[in-house]
Every structure is written in structure tokens, then in C-alpha cells.
Design a protein around this ligand. Structure first.
Ligand code: ZN
Length: 283
């Protein structure tokens, strides 16, 4: 599942590959990817003749900015974009093709078919579903301050991990980077938000920013091989400290990483580095 750093990397790569290209026609091979407008024919017709200006990101959504239009795309589990010469054979699971007038295609491939595309007129997409209710952007955003994080979450009695996963408060943090950020901050995922101390909020804020920024930096360097090899971009494996490392030694104390379920999600922690308060340990 791509998370914010992966989507940010796809965004940056897409800018290099498709900014300035003019769409001649669009082929939709799997109508249900297209959520807005209702008819895929309308979607295709609306995009004809429009030029991609840049690509932005809101949470885990890509915003492909065209002259007069915004295409909002979510990759969900396995969506990928790739740029190919138009004459190249179409790979299996390719559902949407944007044919440019320079003889190349931007192709959207999605084995699981969960990805979505919504088309809007410029200036309307941020006020409408699916972007409308999204929370604070944690990456490269001067508004994502320690105070902003605390004012969103600190009064809540809910466990901190599900709160961080909720896209209505903070966007872009998925299961992987929540585990990573909580480990870096030394906070147990089952602590209630309202029991965290000021110093812990400070560490958590720093950890969210640094975990995401490092992941984006890593993506920026590893994505190149993807694009050169296949002309395709997507997820990459990132250096992770706890996620997916059950029974491996904690990078900080050497004790084994444990895995259990919090709020229905597989969760990785070091119990020594992320302790519960003493009163709750004895229960
Ligand atoms: Zn540890």
C-alpha cells in the first residue's frame, strides 16, 4: 500500500515525465476506476486537448493539474503509472491510457483494481469528495506545527495509533509510517492521546516529520532505477526500523521486535523502547 512518501515520490517523478504534455485522447478499459464524471466517455472527452501543467499531492491523492481541470487519482493498493511509447504493447491490468500528441502514453496499471480517478474543474476539487474532509498535511507544510498537532489530538481519549491513521486529522500516515514514527518517538501505540506528556508530543511531532522526510529522500534516490528500467514507477522498499521486522533485534536496544494487533491493524513495536505506563503493565 503506497503511503505518503511513495505518493510524493510518484508525484515528483510524474512531474518530470508528463508536465507539458498534451492529451490527444483517453482510453478507459475498466470503467469503475473512473468515479467522476459518472460516464467514462465523458471523462475521456473532457480531457481531450488539455495539457498537464504539474502534479501536486494532497494526502495520498495525486492531483494532476491541467489547464482548466484537475484529475484526482488514488493508487490504493497497487496502482501504478508508467510512460510508454504509444506503439508499445499494452500490459495486462492496464486500465486507463492517456495518449499524448508526442507519441507517448501515460498508462495506469492496477492489478487489484481498487484505484480511483475523479475529474474536476480547476478550483473545485479541494472542496469536494474525496479531498474535502482531509486533515492536516504533515510534509513540507509550515502549518503542521507542534501546537497544530496537539490541538487536533491531545484532548482525545482514543489510542494514539488509530488517531494518527485517521485521515481527517492528519493525512498521509498509513500503517507503516505510524509504526515507524511511534517507535522513533518511544511511544506505545495503545497510549491514549490525552495521557501523552508535552515532551512526548514534541518527540512525536519531530518523529512524524523526520520519518516521512527520510522516506521521501530515500524514494527520490531509489525511484530512478524504477523509471529507467521499466518506464514505470510505484512502490519501493524503504529502510524501516520496526515495520515488518517481527522477532528481529531492535535497532536501539537489541531486544526482539514484537507484533500484535491495535485497532484491527498489525502493529510492530519494541516493548522496551515504547513502554506502557507502569500501572497498565501490571494489568
Ligand atoms: Zn528497543
Amino acid at each position: 500500500m503506497p503511503e505518503l512518501p511513495e505518493v510524493e515520490t510518484v508525484k515528483r517523478t510524474l512531474i518530470e515525465l508528463v508536465a507539458g504534455k498534451r492529451i490527444q485522447s483517453v482510453t478507459v478499459r475498466l470503467p469503475r476506476i473512473i468515479q467522476r464524471p459518472e460516464e467514462p466517455e465523458q471523462f475521456a472527452a473532457a480531457l481531450e486537448g488539455h495539457t498537464i501543467q504539474t502534479v501536486e499531492r494532497r494526502g495520498k491523492f495525486l492531483r494532476i493539474i491541467l489547464d482548466g481541470l484537475v484529475l484526482v487519482s488514488h493508487l490504493r493498493m497497487e496502482g501504478r503509472y508508467g510512460v510508454f511509447p504509444s506503439e508499445e504493447p499494452i500490459e495486462l491490468h492496464t486500465h486507463v491510457l492517456f495518449h499524448f500528441d508526442d507519441g507517448t502514453d501515460l498508462r495506469y496499471k492496477d492489478v487489484r483494481q481498487f484505484g480511483t480517478m475523479h475529474l474536476f474543474e480547476t478550483g473545485t476539487d479541494l472542496e469536494m469528495q474525496p479531498l474535502k474532509k482531509l486533515g492536516l498535511e504533515p510534509l513540507d507544510n509550515p502549518d503542521f506545527t507542534l501546537d497544530a498537532l496537539r490541538s487536533k489530538l491531545a484532548k482525545r481519549s482514543t489510542k494514539i495509533k488509530p488517531l494518527l491513521l485517521n485521515q481527517e486529522y492528519i493525512v498521509g500516515l498509513g500503517n507503516i509510517y505510524v509504526d515507524e514514527a511511534l517507535f522513533s518517538a518511544g511511544i506505545h501505540p495503545e497510549r491514549s492521546a490525552n495521557e501523552l506528556k508535552p515532551a512526548e508530543w514534541k518527540k512525536l511531532h519531530e518523529s512524524i516529520v523526520s520519518t516521512l522526510s527520510r522516506a521521501v529522500d530515500a524514494g527520490g534516490s531509489s525511484i530512478k532505477s524504477y523509471v529507467n528500467g521499466q518506464g514505470e514507477m510505484g512502490m519501493f522498499q524503504q529502510q524501516l526500523l520496526v515495520y515488518g521486522r517481527k522477532d528481529e533485534a531492535c535497532s536501539s536496544c537489541g531486544r526482539p521486535i514484537e507484533k500484535f494487533v491495535v485497532g484491527g491493524r498489525g502493529t510492530h513495536i519494541c516493548k522496551h523502547c515504547q513502554p506502557l505506563p507502569k500501572a497498565r503493565q501490571s494489568k
